[in-house]
Design a protein around this ligand. Structure first.
Ligand SMILES: [Zn+2]
Length: 210
């Protein structure tokens, strides 16, 4: 299975390169329900997120809508590998993890969520002293799409366009390279969220302070 995850763009002095991430956003509200706040899963997830937000390595937790903890695992400072058995429990569940550098979802995070039909993907971390929580809710119709479809139709083309606009902003000194790299993934998920909402699809991305 060969999928290219474009969310890895790194702006460099002098032109395109490859290899990194960045981060946060806003919701769309059509096309069915994602898990509602205040469900049985909610206090369980919040407790777990409290426990992992300052951890130096990544921890991943999968919670069912009824609040049952299905998976608890850990990885390295910038990744977690889930086993097949663990990913097989993700369908319709809420997947949270921490990012020790406080950035938003990577392309691999979103790909994992889409491939395993999670109802919501979350990440917590501290960046520049700010405790942040990233949330991506996936509506039923989006969960029925393959990750490839979503990457092809939305994420890929939107990232291309974002890169073109960002390079222009760098060249005209509207933003610095550092800002461009820091904000790339956040802008991408925000724009994907908006574009899918126009098509009636729930890919509801947000960044919140703790
Ligand atoms: Zn992640």
């Amino acid at each position: 299975m060969e999928i290219r995850y474009p969310v890895g763009y790194r702006y460099k002095e002098g032109g395109p390169g490859s290899g990194n991430f960045g981060h946060a956003g806003r919701p769309g509200m059509r096309g069915g329900s994602a898990p509602k706040g205040g469900g049985a899963w909610s206090p369980v997830i919040e407790q777990k997120e409290q426990e992992i937000i300052n951890a130096p390595i990544e921890h991943g937790i999968v919670v069912a809508e009824d609040g049952t903890v299905l998976v608890e695992t850990s990885g390295r400072s910038n990744s977690i590998k889930f086993t097949w058995e663990e990913t097989s429990k993700m369908k319709g569940a809420i997947l949270t993890h921490n990012h020790p550098n406080g950035t938003t979802f990577s392309g691999a995070d979103v790909q994992l969520a889409l491939s395993n039909n999670v109802a919501a993907l979350r990440a917590v971390g501290v960046r520049d002293g700010r405790k942040l929580r990233y949330i991506l809710k996936l509506g039923p119709q989006v969960r029925e799409m393959s990750s490839n479809q979503v990457f092809k139709k939305y994420i890929g083309p939107i990232e291309e366009s974002l890169m073109t606009r960002t390079i222009e902003q760098i060249h005209t000194n509207q933003i610095t390279l550092k800002e461009a790299n820091r904000d790339h993934a956040h802008k991408l998920w925000t724009e994907v969220s908006q574009a899918m909402a126009v098509d009636g699809l729930v890919f509801d991305y947000s960044q919140r302070d703790w």
